[in-house]
Design a protein. Structure first.
Length: 297
């Protein structure tokens, strides 16, 4: 792939994060805001990212999506990704080499959702899991404990770190299985409502979507749906739809042969002027400047 007129891609090596002779696992907290935007990078290690607060459009191997609290995703060595004009995004970065998992690696690769990320021969693809409120507490607990073990290095810290990483990966796999199955009862019902709503938005974001239509589709009252959606994503349904459209617009603007008017129309904006103002307000630059600096050929 040739990268043209894009910010330089930074390559991160494991030596920057893993101490020689120690288990290659490192967990840290990072904050991204507009000043850290357009920093695209790849790395020689595996990474799982958990979004704790804030939101950001995110670029991953030519695909742009919206990240909100509770989102978690894996990145393979060589994948190019970056945060496009994030807004107060607080996230956990869990970095590791496969050697850290030792003899457990083959069993872990067989878990649903992990083979696509951890198997070097699998076809790379974007895979984002949205964790429900209860599971988020467990995810943060594992990540925070790993972060502290990396810092304190008390007796047995490497064994503890490996065990916590495996627990986190199992949590990811279970959440993957939950998200991509049709369970509709018990503790999963709340989460499944939101999955259906998000899928509906992904399919119809180019149209004039009304909250009442989404609520009716998933079988909830508009008021209850709106409250639940805000609790789950940190955004109102209208805000989320708006940011999804802008994320899709950012993806289209990386094409060199598309006009801003066409982009606005394709993502659901009838008024090009309004689209351009909103894009600059949220992303931080005008669509034309964004396209100039981010074209991929």
């Amino acid at each position: 792939m040739e990268w043209h007129r894009m910010s330089q891609v930074q390559v991160l090596d494991g030596d920057q994060f893993f101490d020689k002779g120690c288990i290659p696992i490192h967990v840290m907290i990072a904050q991204h805001d507009k000043s850290s935007s357009h920093i695209y990078h790849s790395h020689s290690f595996y990474e799982f990212v958990y979004i704790d607060r804030g939101f950001s459009t995110h670029f991953f191997n030519n695909k742009t999506t919206l990240l909100t609290p509770g989102d978690v995703f894996g990145v393979r060595p060589g994948d190019v990704h970056g945060y496009v004009h994030p807004k107060n995004a607080i996230l956990y970065n869990c970095l590791f080499n496969l050697s850290a998992l030792g003899s457990d690696i083959d069993a872990i690769k067989k878990l649903p959702g992990l083979e696509q990320i951890l198997d070097e021969e699998a076809f790379p693809s974007w895979q984002r899991i949205r964790l429900g409120p209860a599971v988020r507490k467990d995810a943060v607990s594992y990540l925070e404990k790993m972060r502290l073990e990396c810092q304190r290095r008390s007796l047995g810290w490497e064994l503890k770190l490996k065990g916590l990483l495996i627990e986190f990966l199992v949590l990811f796999s279970r959440s993957y299985l939950e998200q991509y199955t049709e369970q509709e009862a018990g503790e999963y019902r709340y989460t499944q409502y939101m999955y259906k709503a998000l899928e509906y938005i992904e399919e119809y974001y180019t149209e004039s979507i009304r909250i009442e239509e989404i609520a009716a589709f998933i079988g909830l009252s508009p008021d209850y749906f709106s409250r639940m959606f805000k609790q789950y994503t940190g955004l109102t349904p209208i805000e989320y739809i708006r940011y999804v459209r802008l994320a899709k617009a950012a993806e289209l603007l990386r094409k060199p042969d598309i006009s801003i008017a066409d982009v606005a129309m394709q993502v659901g904006f009838d008024d090009q002027g309004y689209f351009s103002r909103l894009f600059k307000q949220v992303i931080g630059v005008s669509p034309s400047v964004f396209q100039r600096d981010n074209i991929i050929v």
